[in-house]
Design a protein around this ligand. Structure first.
Ligand SMILES: [Zn+2]
Length: 283
């Protein structure tokens, strides 16, 4: 979205809400966020009540955007700053909101990104790279596999395509292969290094090619530089958020996955769409 279009949106609360409501209700067709019923009663205060389950709701009820007490204009400004990777503290200053308010809103946005990612995107395929790495840990030394106090992460990268990264409980063959078969189309060509956990890939329906890191040069297309590039991008970016707790780490990881996968897209509009998603398991 260009700057002029953005400025029109945040110029008035009515314009901001209209834009956001467009992501909530396709063609203005309201339905019950709990049971999807389309027969609704309109209440005097503007809210609606479901004819089936009696749930009473307003336009943003049950959606991520409803968490955080920000106006439509404030949300859109926050999305713009988030797109530009402005820190939470600077956002608070620019939006003239309390740090805690902005921190909660940004966390809500990251939760929306995480939920959307778990919606099950299309399978990766073609030529893919798989690799595992560790994030965090204060001390240097003890690097690489088996490093204590670090978060193991498994990644799959489609050459010239998308990346999928996930925090894993461990980097054993069973864990890693279980994720591989869920995310990568059978028949794909999979590149890995020579770590033995990948040995069984050929039995999972993949053509498996290994890179030898000891070799001075990668042979032809047998390299995993794409994913290694993503790891260094992610690690550099997460340096900015030093001291991320292990509980919140997956949120930051999914944000980076999103930024990478939509590096050519309009992130602002995409974030607005995610923010207007219904929160899963609404009870
Ligand atoms: Zn209902």
């Amino acid at each position: 979205m260009d700057l002029e279009a953005y400025e029109k949106l945040v110029h008035s609360e009515a314009a901001a809400r209209r834009f956001l409501l467009g992501f909530c209700w396709e063609n203005h067709q309201r339905f019950c966020p709990r049971c999807s019923q389309r027969r609704l009663y309109r209440l005097a205060d503007g809210r609606r009540r479901c004819a089936r389950c009696r749930y009473t709701f307003h336009d943003f009820s049950g959606r991520w955007i409803n968490h955080g007490a920000l106006s439509g204009q404030q949300w859109l400004r926050l999305l713009k700053l988030f797109e530009l990777e402005v820190s939470t503290r600077k956002m608070a200053g620019q939006l003239r909101l309390a740090y805690d308010t902005v921190y909660k809103a940004v966390t809500t946005l990251r939760l929306a990104i995480l939920a959307h990612a778990q919606d099950g995107p299309a399978l990766l395929g073609g030529e893919v790279e798989m690799d595992e790495t560790y994030f965090g840990g204060r001390r240097k030394g003890k690097r690489g596999r088996g490093a204590a106090g670090k978060v193991p992460v498994f990644g799959i990268l489609e050459r010239d395509g998308r990346v999928s990264v996930e925090v894993v409980p461990n980097v054993r063959a069973q864990t890693v292969l279980g994720m591989a078969v869920k995310k990568v189309r059978r028949g794909s060509i999979v590149y890995t290094d020579r770590f033995q956990i990948y040995d069984a890939l050929m039995f999972c329906g993949y053509r498996h090619l290994q890179v030898d890191h000891r070799a001075r040069f990668a042979r032809g297309r047998v390299y995993i530089n794409g994913l290694e590039g993503f790891w260094s991008y992610a690690k550099e970016r997460l340096m900015k958020h030093h001291g991320i707790s292990p509980v919140r780490f997956p949120l930051y990881l999914k944000e980076l996955e999103l930024r990478y996968n939509h590096r050519h897209a309009d992130l602002f509009t995409l974030l607005a769409e995610y923010l207007c998603d219904l929160v899963p398991n609404l009870g």
